[in-house]
Design a protein around this ligand. Sequence first.
Ligand SMILES: [Zn+2]
Length: 273
Amino acid sequence: MMELITKTTEKETADVQMIEGTVNINGVKLNVYSFLIDHTLIDSGSQTLLEDFQPWFKKQRIDQVFITHNHEDHTGGVTWLQQEKGIPVFIHPDSVEKCKSLEETPVYRQLTWGSRGAFIAQPFSVKMTSENYTWDIIETLGHTQDHLSFYCREKKILFTGDLFVLPHTKAILNSENMQDTLASLRKVLTFDFEAIYCCHAGYLKNGRAMIIEKINYLEKILAKSKDLKEQGLTIEEITAQIFPKKYAIEQFSKGEWGSKYIVNSLLNDQVSG
Ligand SMILES: [Zn+2]
């Protein structure tokens, strides 16, 4: 039988209030953050965390919701927030239509995060405003094809959604594109910031250095993968060499997550070298 235990923790920095939700499903522990800055909510947690997040949502003044991407652990609270507060919700233009209806996800994801409800979203402009701040909406594809990061000009901080997550990524979703992620990581470095707010790692004071570390890590994986490919190894053989360990998420997700997707997507896009 599946047992789901949830937990929340409220945290804050000088600029941002945040709530972290943790979902523990049969010993597999996953977490997600929702952030509030200048009355703008960035992502909304999952449907399985909504009851735990509601008291926090209720006590805040929230004028608008910015969504980094259409994944159920970021959008699960939106339907309720829109009904409760009647506030505008912004998402990548490509996802506006999709969010009007429910989305089918694999069973393990439904059990962990629940399903997001339908909601009415508006497309982001390249530049957005909140009460006191100006925001650059940066297209940072890779994790998904609708992924955005948000840069607050006045505070020089960056909200990275699921662009960063870990410096040394060992497994990704089969739909992710690591070549795009690499390009997106390089792209955000053109903005002036040190700290980042990541939806799974939370507040990272040295976010810029962590992003550089991730770029270096991925570049090494790419170089090694190319080298092994030239030696005639298959994707499976290359993966076994670079990632000899099997990760719990691979089994838990019935193969929707895996290390081979890192190798595959890094090598796939190597058309022009
Ligand atoms: Zn995601």
